[in-house]
Design a protein around this ligand. Structure first.
Ligand code: TYD
Ligand code: MG
Length: 453
């Protein structure tokens, strides 16, 4: 009988050690190293005999390689297609990460039901009945979607051979385990091994696999970082659980840009694709309220108009409070300091609250100008004309700095019926004869005078 082989793995970053130690040398975390049983056996997870395709590859001259055969599988979900760069690439491995309860299972089940391909949805988390109940909430039903409750990869591969699906979805990688490794499901060595088996399967059969992965509280995909290196595409599903909007972002994509995002709205009947995000992120109200201003931002390549809300009031307690949602708190402090020093607004003793509506988080510096407008509007208690919008970054000396893709932002603002857009004087604008008035500003004082006299 062979001796049981064990090894030590850091549960945080996946580094392997020969013996136990208190601190991981790689990620410097304490008490994360645990012993896991690894039993080296001949790996025969996916098909025992090597497939004929597996003969040693020969080098080809780059211009002899046929690139026309890049086919994408249309998911029929415009948002997902865009984020993936045009659809699923056959034989690729995609990892979808996100916090618990954000809607990962809902998204992939809904897509499985819509896919024009034979799909196998493997769940290690919910029973077939529970999945059926969920599917009933999401209206379209499908003849092409198979549900399997299984966690052992060997059994999953057996079912795959029987059903012959065109796409495989696994919910979630942390529940899978393989016979060739002894440690428990969700441990580093299991995650690494089961992912490797799935990659081998995907590459040999050209069947794409989508994996769901959980996220730890510090926002990393649970399991070794190596998981992210192994797969072709890493998508993240994010949003505020108390709001209805969800953003699908690509963090890594071997087959496309990582700049694109997809937006969904969580409804009682599943997720709805939001194809014109600007319209939903602006609350259309008839009366003008002080403290709000509309910013033109870019998420990926898409222009997006969002509403910034601010409340400035005299501090009740000694130390004024500053609180933000969806905007960097340090950046807010910087803007308040600039307003105080360069434009003479006394905000030092005031509470300032700032919200980006819709529960989304923005890091485009171009929203600075709208932040300034919202804060001044609340401070003066004078509303900003609701047909105005803003796109500019604020510099430390109070100058309004140019933003990228200004033409696209102007076009979006015009399309949505804004009368005026405020942009930096230093922006080079190629557009001619626009139906929207372009107000060029150089300093925050100019904006303050133009808006509030
Ligand atoms: P779920 O997909 O289970 O999240 P995850 O797999 O990321 O953990 O999503 C669960 C949440 O979504 C739950 O709070 C209920 C909500 N939900 C809806 O609002 N509408 C729906 O149609 C469905 C199926 C779920
Ligand atoms: Mg789930």
């Amino acid at each position: 009988m062979s001796k049981v082989k064990t090894s030590f793995f850091c549960q945080s970053c996946g580094t392997q050690y020969a013996k136990w130690q208190g601190q991981c040398n790689a990620c410097k975390e304490w008490n994360t190293i645990a012993e896991e049983i690894i039993q080296k056996q001949e790996k025969v997870a996916w098909k025992s005999e090597p497939s004929p395709k597996n003969t040693a590859p020969k080098p080809l001259k780059i211009n002899e390689i046929d690139s026309t055969q890049e086919i994408r599988m249309d998911t029929t979900d415009a948002e997902l297609n865009r984020v993936l760069g045009g659809g699923i690439v056959p034989g690729s491995l995609t990892l979808l990460g996100g916090e618990p309860g954000i809607g990962k299972s809902t998204l992939l089940l809904q897509i499985s039901l819509k896919l024009p391909y034979k799909t196998l949805y493997v769940s290690g988390e919910e029973s077939q009945k529970q999945i059926k109940m969920r599917a009933e909430r999401i209206t379209p039903t499908s003849d092409n979607c198979y549900i399997l409750t299984e966690t052992k990869t060997q059994n999953i591969f057996k079912q795959i051979e029987a059903i012959e699906p065109e796409i495989v979805i696994i919910d979630s990688i942390q529940t899978l385990h393989t016979d060739y490794i002894e440690s428990t499901a969700g441990s580093i060595s299991q995650i690494r091994e089961t992912t490797a088996e799935l990659i081998k399967f995907a590459k040999e059969t050209n069947i794409p696999v989508i994996l769901i992965g959980h996220i730890t509280k510090d926002g990393n995909i649970a399991g070794p970082k190596i998981l992210e290196h192994m797969v072709d595409t890493v998508l993240q599903f994010e949003g505020d659980r108390n709001h209805v909007y969800r953003i699908l972002r690509s963090l890594k994509n071997r087959f496309g840009s990582t700049a694109e995002i997809g937006i969904y709205e969580m409804l009682g009947s599943g997720l709805r694709e939001v194809s014109n995000p600007s319209e939903i992120l602006i609350s259309h109200k008839d009366e003008e309220l002080s403290g709000t201003a509309i910013a033109s931002t870019l998420e990926g390549m898409r222009p997006l108009m969002i509403e910034i809300q601010s409340l400035v009031s005299t501090a009740v307690y000694g130390t004024p409070q500053r609180s933000t949602t969806g905007y960097n708190a340090k950046r807010l402090n910087m803007i308040l300091a600039v307003l105080e020093k360069r434009a003479g607004f006394r905000l030092g003793a005031k509470d300032v609250f700032l919200n980006v509506t819709g529960g989304i988080s923005v890091d485009d510096p171009a929203i600075d100008l709208a932040v300034v407008a919202a804060i001044l509007s609340s401070n003066e208690d004078i509303p900003v004309n609701k047909d105005f919008c803003f796109a500019g970054e604020v510099g430390l000396s109070g100058e309004i700095r140019p933003v990228n893709r200004v033409d696209q932002r102007i076009q979006e603002a015009e399309k949505l019926g804004f009368s005026t857009i405020f942009v930096s004087k230093y922006n080079k604008i190629a557009l001619k004869n626009t139906g929207i008035k372009i107000e060029l500003v150089a300093k925050i004082e100019d904006v303050a005078t133009m808006l509030f006299g």
